[in-house]
Design a protein around this ligand. Structure first.
Ligand code: TRP
Ligand code: SF4
Length: 326
């Protein structure tokens, strides 16, 4: 039997190149080989965005468009929206009964997110329970492999702890899922820091070509390179980091010319913008096609929900039986 893979992503902001390289391209590869479940984590988005939900529906739709245009293929995986499967919430409730508070308080993202989002009140029950909901997402499909970024590993550890506790208290039921990290380097944002929506340094998959060119033209380069005759240091330059990810075959020439001061940063960025637009062309085409048939998105999510729900209801029935409710 094929291993089951599951991952989710929150509908907050457009997908950017960092998400594409760090996560979604990996999902696209995995769907060829495994039994894959990918979902829009809109309940999770509510844990931090509960006070302002006016964009939630539109953001979920845009994320669906982004995922499909990046190559997530509903014929090869199950793509669905978390809130279409109420069983996630019900399993979350049952898990909340057996999860000690101390396990949740020591999850590193708990304190760091509260610090990061100071302007929001995250002293809520739902936010503390974020990783319990994530455990329900994963275990309701008995997923074996969860492709995520490094920051999510504590959530997976907690998922395994909840699975073990459930298996111990009631009966052996849940397999322990493993995290699967992608080998890809972190793509810097246009300012050289980590690419993140909160830094406003992202390049979105859906950015129109003119926007992409403008963002690339404004990228930070080797700070020691003031004039074109100054020799550059590609290894510290974010523009060069993009060449390494998106145009490996050009890195030798670019690095040599940069070090010898035979390449100006302006032309270097122009070339990069062209390369990125070529790379993204098939995504932009798919997106343009999907935008002309909006009813298709809903169809895809509805079909995905039906498939996911068959499994989720089955697991939940077994769980209720094991817990003693049935
Ligand atoms: N917490 C994940 C993130 O922020 C999103 C997520 C929610 C998820 N549920 C999941 C990831 C289940 C993997 C499996 O990236
Ligand atoms: Fe960076 Fe290119 Fe300028 Fe060198 S020439 S510093 S690699 S942008």
């Amino acid at each position: 039997m094929k291993k089951r893979v599951l991952s989710g992503i929150q509908p907050t902001g457009r997908l950017h190149l960092g998400n594409l390289i760090g996560a979604v391209e990996n999902w696209v590869r995995l769907q060829r080989e495994f039994d894959c479940f990918f979902f829009i984590a809109d309940y999770h988005a509510l844990t931090t965005a509960y006070a302002d939900t006016k964009n939630l529906r539109a953001d979920s739709k845009q994320l669906t468009l982004d995922l499909l245009s990046a190559g997530i293929d509903p014929d090869r995986c199950v793509l669905f929206r978390q809130s279409d499967i109420p069983e996630h919430a019900e399993l979350h409730l049952l898990f909340s009964m057996i999860t000690p508070l101390s396990w949740l308080e020591r999850v590193p993202t708990y304190k760091s997110k509260i610090d990061e989002l100071k302007e929001r009140d995250l002293g809520t029950y739902g936010f503390l329970g974020y990783p319990v909901l994530q455990a329900a997402d994963i275990l309701i499909y008995k997923a074996n492999m969860v492709p995520v970024g490094e920051d999510q590993l504590p959530h997976l550890e907690l998922t395994r702890e909840i699975a073990r506790r459930f298996n111990h208290l009631y009966r052996e039921h849940f397999p322990e899922p493993q995290g699967a990290l992608t080998a890809f380097p972190v793509l810097p944002g246009t300012d050289g820091r980590k690419m993140s929506k909160s830094y406003q340094n992202t390049i979105a998959l859906a950015d129109p070509p003119a926007t992409l060119r403008k963002k690339v033209a404004g990228m930070v380069t080797d700070p020691a390179r003031v004039k074109k005759d100054d020799p550059g240091h590609p290894e510290v330059c974010p523009v060069y980091a993009y060449y390494q990810v998106f145009a490996k075959e050009r890195t030798g020439t670019v690095a040599a010319e940069c070090r010898a001061a035979r390449r100006g940063c302006v032309e270097c960025k122009k070339e990069l913008a062209d390369l990125l637009l070529t790379y993204l062309a098939p995504l932009h085409e798919r997106r343009a096609r999907l935008e002309t048939e909006p009813e298709k998105l809903e169809e895809i999510l509805t079909a995905g929900a039906a498939k996911a729900r068959r499994i989720a209801t089955q697991t939940l029935a077994e769980v209720k039986e094991a817990v003693g409710l049935r």
